[in-house]
Write a protein that binds this ligand. Structure first.
Ligand SMILES: [Zn+2]
Length: 415
């Protein structure tokens, strides 16, 4: 089972927007860019919404059937670990092995020695085509990368073997992710991570590092775009080298856990993958949930009231809702409108405040991030929320489709 060159990870927390998401991807396909949809939902999201992975599978299958999509698609067990993978194993065919928590955990002396021994074959320096500075292999460097990553990749191997024992080799796509950490991984780190992945014989098809800069949920990239471009390009070149020299799957590609809406760096990524004719996987997870709220606001009446109640509820429980996302949100409390203020808003004002149109005078990234983490409030509304989604299916679906196509796919794939 191989993932195509271009793939888009889409999240659908309440499992009502699969068709709208797929319509956006169909539009890109009609324009000549084939993109594989991957429906992803993490264990954390399932726990907060009280849903099960089988629901994600069912929604994906249904969207595919209704729209007659006859190309590949996947269901991603996103950010899973050894303790929760079983919940996903039967229904998923894409597994994101999250081993970030294992970075820096000590390995045994024997394993470190074996790793260093295996690196002798690299010689005293490695020159990666396209990267100016060679990687100078020193004992100190090997000790450093072994201390950081050896245990993490061993853990990835343990999870991978567990899935393989159930599903059989070749019957699923494997991603290794380390993105949910403070410190970015450099292209040199990436080089050794890929060597360790190859040593452990994990047939990873996508790899998700932590890039430089902040990838806050649902808002634009914050950081040095030039530095990002340099790292991203070097990562692409390191992957190319690792495929050729370490025997990793030839379609191995970067997976960018974008946290959605990284409009500043989408064109940078697009240029680089075009330059080297490489593939990419981009996860946009939370965008669809925000579009649901925008759609409900636009619909007006009771739906607008529900959108307001979601914000007011989230504002009152800000700390609780933000806690699981501490590393990936950045909300300035002084920029959050009060509950009373939002109560007085029109549909237009609410939608314009939430919708991510950079430069729009009403757009408020703080408001947007709080709604992003506020899906628990909607989950607790139960049928009030999902009933409104059904009633306003067309308006909401149009928002979801437009957002993925116009704001994401167009910027990512030069459509
Ligand atoms: Zn991630």
């Amino acid at each position: 089972m191989k993932i195509g060159k271009f793939s888009l990870g889409v999240g659908d927390r309440f499992e009502h927007e699969g068709e709208a998401q797929l319509r956006a991807i169909q539009r890109a396909t009609a324009e000549g860019v084939e993109i594989t949809p991957v429906w992803n939902k993490s264990n954390r999201e399932h726990n907060i919404v009280h849903s099960e992975p089988s629901g994600t599978r069912k929604a994906a299958d249904q969207a595919v059937a209704v729209l007659g999509w006859d190309k590949p698609y996947f269901v991603d067990a996103d950010h899973i670990n050894f303790s929760n993978v079983d919940r996903f194993i039967g229904v998923s065919d894409f597994f994101t092995l999250d081993v970030a928590a294992w970075i820096g955990k000590p390995s045994s002396e024997e394993k470190i020695a074996a790793f260093k021994q295996s690196c002798k074959a690299l010689g005293s320096e490695v020159k990666i085509p396209g990267i100016e500075e060679p990687i100078v292999i020193t004992g100190a460097l090997l000790d450093e990368v072994a201390a950081k990553y050896l245990t993490a990749i061993e853990e990835a191997a343990k999870i991978y073997r567990h899935i393989e024992a159930v599903k059989g080799a070749g019957n699923f796509v494997t991603e290794v992710s380390m993105d949910e950490v403070e410190a970015p991984q450099t292209p040199v780190d990436m080089f050794f991570i890929l060597k360790m992945i190859a040593d452990q014989q994990i047939p990873a098809q996508t790899i998700a590092p932590k890039f430089t800069g902040r990838f806050n949920k649902g808002v634009d990239y914050v950081g040095d775009a030039e530095q990002f471009a340099k790292e991203f390009e070097e990562d692409v070149l390191v992957i190319d080298y690792a495929v050729k020299h370490f025997g990793l799957p030839e379609n191995l590609k970067l997976s960018v856990h974008s946290g959605s809406d990284k409009f500043t760096i989408y064109p940078i990524m697009a240029d680089i993958i075009k330059k080297y004719d490489k593939g990419i996987h981009v996860k946009t997870a939370g965008t669809t949930w925000l579009e649901e709220v925008i759609g409900l606001a636009v619909a007006g009446g009771e739906a607008l009231q529900a959108a307001k109640d979601i914000y007011i509820g989230a504002l009152a429980r800000k700390e609780e809702l933000c806690a699981p996302y501490a590393d990936v949100i950045d909300i300035d409390n002084n920029q959050l409108p009060s509950a009373d203020e939002v109560r007085s808003w029109s549909a237009q004002k609410y939608a314009d405040t939430l919708r991510h149109i950079p430069g729009h005078p009403d757009y408020n990234p703080n408001f947007r991030q709080l709604i992003h983490v506020g899906y628990k409030v909607a989950a607790e509304m139960g049928e009030r929320y999902t009933g409104l989604l059904k009633e306003n299916r067309e308006i909401v679906g149009a928002c979801v489709e437009e957002n993925i196509y116009e704001r994401h796919l167009k910027r990512l794939f030069d459509l």
